[in-house]
Design a protein around this ligand. Structure first.
Ligand SMILES: [Zn+2]
Length: 500
């Protein structure tokens, strides 16, 4: 293994000689109340080693029991991915020693996954790419190690390691694609769109909170290159636990450039796992891995096989939500958004927020305007997701109602957003506390207009002479005097009626 930074070939240049083939493995932590094989609470965080019992600690003699709710979620995910659901399948022991897996095996599924042979259509820039799903299987999560005392947080250089088994045994579904063949220039974006749409689907199914930042949805990116025109697959690398959509895209791009440099040089790709580094957008070597890794799988003798009845499977099929792609098309039609407007809304992660704002009574265009301009800007400044802003779709709809009623204008609305985001209360309370209501007292408006006319005789003369466009200067003067709290349309009417 060389320690020097690897050479890279420019992405576009690499694609003139090589064709990338991807495979994506996504782990989804289910939101069941309890763990996969015991009654411990399946919750994120918590004091280390408090949500544990003999089963998830792997103590001798402890016997696991399958969580029915987890099987139900697995079947629903499989059905939503157009998979076949096994009539009979078993769990298997995947044997390996690792400190965060106290049983020395992981209970997983091997050659008998609960769901298999499915597909998902990924939509990107108006094109559809079908991603074939090989399997979705059930397994349990591992515990968590923290390596202390070193500079990198990695085990190398650490003084000691801490183990937390709260996560050990939380139900996981691993969704594995077949090799994905798409035009090379599209590969990074298709990988990102696949993970994004898979997350939408998981959220719509309500089987996980699917938070990439907390690891409840994590993606492994497999990538290989083959010379253009060659049909056999090249050696792949597996970049593990990529934890944002953007990073999925960057990891694919980076590995294409890195593989191409090695292959151009006559080198061989080492089959290995790799780590992705958010800060640099690069990957580094993890551990060597071969297909011949011998985990000595064998059927788990302590668990009964899972044999979901066809009646149960069909009753679960009836609970599936509208597929995300169809829902987007339906909503776009209902809202009257252009393709570009819809793409921007989805891309900003604002689809559900806009939908909820409209459901709270706001017109579609206004809902989109507030979320994609005013609120997207603030989310961007704070480096958080739109959904993480402390304002609800109902608040946004309420602010829009105030605008429509003429109580505030767009400019004042921005101050109401400031107030709500600062925790000053509901939109109505913010308007009250900050005294933001538009002045609708005709007498006050009229005298403000008179003062503006008096102070700007030249402008007034122009308007009298028929140059109505000049009214802007007077409107500006009135708005300034009223500190923005006037209805600009009404001010304009007053000016015109006084001067013409
Ligand atoms: Zn337990």
């Amino acid at each position: 293994m060389t320690m020097t930074a690897p050479a890279l070939v420019d992405f576009d240049e690499a694609l003139t000689r090589y064709e990338p083939v991807m495979g994506l493995e996504v782990h989804v932590e289910l939101n069941t109340a309890t763990k996969m094989f015991c009654g411990c609470p399946a919750v994120f965080g918590g004091e280390p080693n408090t949500n544990v019992c003999p089963v998830c600690l792997g103590l001798p003699g402890a016997l696991p029991v399958v969580n029915e709710k987890a099987v139900e979620s697995a079947i629903r995910i499989g059905l939503a991915l157009n998979c076949e659901i096994a009539e009979w399948c078993r769990f298997a022991r995947k044997n390996y020693f690792y400190p965060d897996m106290p049983k020395n095996f992981q209970t997983s599924q091997y050659d008998e996954p609960i769901a298999f042979d499915g597909w998902m259509d990924v939509e990107l820039d108006g094109e559809t790419y079908r991603v074939e799903i090989e399997r979705a299987h059930m397994e349990e999560d591992t515990g968590k190690s923290s390596h202390m005392g070193g500079a990198t947080g990695r085990i190398h250089g650490a003084d000691y390691s801490l183990l937390d088994y709260n996560r050990a045994g939380i139900p996981l579904i691993e969704i594995v694609t077949r090799p994905i063949f798409v035009p090379g220039d599209k590969a990074p974006a298709v990988a990102r769109a696949y993970v994004q749409q898979l997350r939408d689907l998981i959220l719509a199914l309500d089987v996980s909170d699917a938070r990439m930042d907390q690891g409840s949805l994590r993606a492994d990116v497999n990538l290989s290159l083959r010379p253009v025109g060659v049909s056999t697959l090249g050696t792949r690398t597996e970049t593990k636990n990529v934890n944002s959509f953007r990073s999925v895209e960057r990891a694919v791009r980076y590995e294409i450039s890195r593989h191409a440099a090695i292959l151009d040089d006559g080198g061989l790709i080492l089959q290995e796992t790799r780590h992705f580094h958010e800060d640099t957008g690069t990957t580094s070597s993890g551990r060597e891995k071969s297909d011949a890794d011998d985990y000595r799988y064998f059927p788990e003798p302590d668990l009964a096989p899972v044999a979901p009845s066809r009646e149960w499977v069909e009753s679960l099929r009836a609970t599936l939500p509208e597929p995300p792609g169809e829902r987007r098309r339906r909503l776009q039609g209902e809202w009257g958004f252009s393709d570009l407007e819809m793409r921007d809304t989805v891309g900003a992660g604002a689809l559900d927020l806009v939908a909820a704002t409209i459901a709270s009574g706001a017109p579609a265009a206004a809902a989109r305007k507030w979320w994609l301009s005013e609120l997207a800007r603030r989310a961007n400044e704070q480096g958080v997701d739109l959904a993480a802003l402390p304002i609800t779709p109902a608040d946004v709809a309420a602010i829009q109602k105030l605008v429509e009623a003429g109580s505030i204008n767009d400019k004042l609305a921005r101050q109401v957003f400031d107030g709500v985001l600062a925790g000053e209360g509901t939109p109505d309370e913010v308007v009250q506390k900050r005294g933001l209501a538009v002045v609708s007292d005709e007498g006050a408006l009229s005298s403000a207009v008179d003062r503006a006319i008096e102070a700007n005789p030249d402008v007034a003369d122009k308007i009298r002479a028929g140059k109505v466009a000049a009214a802007g200067a007077l409107i500006g003067a009135v708005m300034k005097e009223m500190r923005g709290q006037a209805d600009a349309g009404r001010v304009r009417e007053l000016i015109i009626s006084k001067l013409t």
